[in-house]
Design a protein around this ligand. Structure first.
Ligand code: DON
Length: 326
């Protein structure tokens, strides 16, 4: 009963926003501009492994910046909280994801792991003897989150690699300031590879649900990340995951989230569910327009905002379905 009500609610949301045509495709690399602006999927995976989905949930696209949150978890596992905090801060910038403005020699470390500079520095921390071992460790980690092997979209990777001058400039600046070590080309390649991993909307929802489930994949029951780092990952997603929209997002939706320029968006409802939306047209902050609308509506309808203290979180799904049924 509850599941049918939730599924119907998602179907209605999908229908409502399908006809909305705001936003523009990312075009800074030609591959992303080839996306179909009508692609639109919504998927929810609960921590007990139920899957609700509607629309284009099997369409593959590249993970892009959503990867940053998971790589941060891996760096924490590799080095521990204290060391990672010395190398990458946790302060929101209020600037665009690719901003170079606040990267200066006085700050000693990039602001946070969600903006490009911080993400490149975080990726440079991934352990491994040589690029192949680091790539394989990264692929294994993402594989545990989604429950199957992931592959790199080589044309997106090559596109990012040949046109990523701004990212390259940031890496050089960080090298000059002593923020990252000398192997910047290897770090940049791994960063471009993590951005070019192919996923679908259902994969994203399982990844988000794994974070919601304290690091354990709710479908495969495999641990993807040490539970002690979940709070760090969710904190930076909450404060920095939506870049220069993070404050308004926290105010309106009130949940940890991460967006990517290919149109994916993940939202984590701790101890309850992972939500993913895929729709390529983006707003001026580089986040999916339909993704934001759907998230706002889900949060509002179901009282998901973390500080909505009227919500009974122990029976969230049942409560919300009862509410919808009346
Ligand atoms: O660094 C870049 O430009 C991309 N590969 C990732 C950017 C991204 O997804 C930003 N998010 N909205």
């Amino acid at each position: 009963m509850a599941s049918a009500i939730l599924q119907n609610f998602l179907n209605d949301l999908h229908l409502k926003y399908k006809s909305m045509h705001e936003g523009v495709l990312a075009n800074y690399i030609p591959e992303l501009a080839k996306a179909n602006p009508d692609w639109f999927g919504i998927c929810i995976v609960t921590v007990d492994g139920q899957v609700y989905e509607i629309g284009d949930c099997e369409q593959l696209f590249t993970l892009q910046s959503i990867s940053k949150a998971f790589i941060y978890g891996m760096a924490l596992e590799d080095h521990g909280r204290d060391y990672v905090l010395k190398r990458v801060g946790v302060e929101p910038t209020g600037d665009a994801f690719n901003s170079i403005i606040k990267l200066d020699e006085y700050s000693k470390r990039p602001y946070n792991p969600m903006v490009n500079a911080g993400a490149i520095a975080t990726t440079s921390l991934i352990k491994g003897v040589g690029p192949t071992e680091r790539l394989n460790r990264m692929l294994d980690m993402f594989g545990r989150y989604v429950g199957h092997n992931l592959f790199i979209d080589m044309s997106v990777f090559m596109s990012e690699r040949t046109t990523g001058h701004r990212n390259r400039a940031m890496a050089h600046l960080m090298l000059n300031f002593g923020m990252i070590d000398a192997k910047i080309d290897e770090a940049l390649d791994l960063y471009f590879q993590q951005c070019s991993l192919m996923v679908n909307c259902r994969d994203l929802a399982v990844m988000a649900a794994t974070l919601a489930n304290n690091g354990m994949n709710p479908i495969t029951q495999e641990r993807a990340v040490d539970s002690r780092y979940i709070r760090d990952i969710l904190t930076v997603m909450y404060t920095c995951g939506m870049y220069d929209f993070a404050g308004e997002w926290a105010y309106k939706v009130g949940l940890p989230a991460k967006s990517g320029v290919s149109g994916g968006l993940i939202v984590v409802v701790p101890q309850q569910m992972g939500i993913a939306i895929f729709s390529p047209p983006l707003d001026s902050h580089g986040s999916s327009v339909r993704g934001i609308k759907v998230s706002e509506e889900l949060s509002e309808q179901f009282g998901l905002h973390l500080f909505d203290l009227q919500t009974d979180r122990s029976r969230l799904l049942d409560t919300l379905c009862n509410k919808l049924a009346t």
